[in-house]
Write a protein that binds this ligand. Structure first.
Ligand code: F6R
Length: 238
């Protein structure tokens, strides 16, 4: 995994937006796999500020809480639409949705089939979870884990609990599998902030293994890690 070190979150947002714009320039109907969470929000805002042709761009949802409808402000689909799709004029017909309802096996199979029919993922935009998860591929996750419904780990429940206030946080979620993520033609892993320094160091130093799902990206032929000074800690000074 190649490292691009940046100074701060603003620079991270610009670098990530450059990579997205490059992918769209190379292929105007590119399919993006888009994380929510805090980390990519600067990139999405930067993309919305730029002038580029997003009229054919398509977006696939990375993950979703089971049972949470779009009308709930905490739905990841809703968050992705508000932060990325609507500002770029990407309507529902160009969004590949991972549904929160119905039979999980059928929902995940239908999502995978729709992504495959769209030609696969051109660029995956990912954040790093506090336990090394990608999407909701929680540890342990095998390299070939399929798109599926999972039980969230304590670490994920805890780090996401502030979005839920007093309401109980859903304990299950559906996630694009490692197979789908690894099959993306290009992967961007965005990491920002001192609170990610420890997990990032562990991922960077690890041999690929199921206890740190992000470490599977070391095997990807075109994975770019964009990390800011705070997240890189000591490594930023080397
Ligand atoms: C969000 C997602 C998660 C986050 C990760 C980092 O769709 O799939 O894997 O990317 O938990 O979250 P932030 O960016 O909030 O630190």
């Amino acid at each position: 995994m190649e490292l691009h070190a940046v100074g701060d979150p603003a620079e991270l947002a610009r670098s990530a937006a450059d990579a997205v714009a490059e992918a769209v320039q190379a292929r105007p109907d590119a399919v993006l796999l888009a994380a929510t969470g805090n980390t990519p929000m600067g990139c999405y805002a930067e993309l919305a500020r730029r002038r580029f042709d997003s009229s054919r761009l398509r977006v696939a949802q990375l993950d979703e809480y089971t049972g949470v409808p779009e009308s709930d402000a905490r739905s990841l689909y809703g968050w992705m639409r508000r932060s990325l799709c609507e500002p770029l004029g990407i309507g529902e017909e160009r969004i590949i949705r991972l549904r929160p309802d119905g039979d999980p096996v059928l929902a995940c199979r239908s999502y995978d089939a729709t992504v495959a029919a769209a030609g696969g993922i051109d660029l995956a935009i990912l954040g790093l979870g506090p336990n090394g998860h990608l999407g909701f591929n929680e540890p342990p996750t095998d390299a070939h884990a399929p798109t599926r419904e999972v039980a969230l780990t304590e670490a994920s429940l805890e780090s996401n609990s502030h979005y839920w206030g007093d309401a109980p946080i859903p304990e299950r979620a559906r996630t694009a599998g490692m197979t789908l993520i690894s099959g993306a033609r290009r992967v961007l892993l965005l990491v920002s902030g001192a609170h990610k320094a420890d997990i990032l160091r562990r991922v960077m130093d690890a041999q690929p293994n199921r206890w740190l799902p992000a470490s599977w990206l070391h095997l990807h032929p075109d994975a770019l890690l964009i990390a800011d000074r705070a997240a890189l800690g000591d490594r930023a000074r080397r």
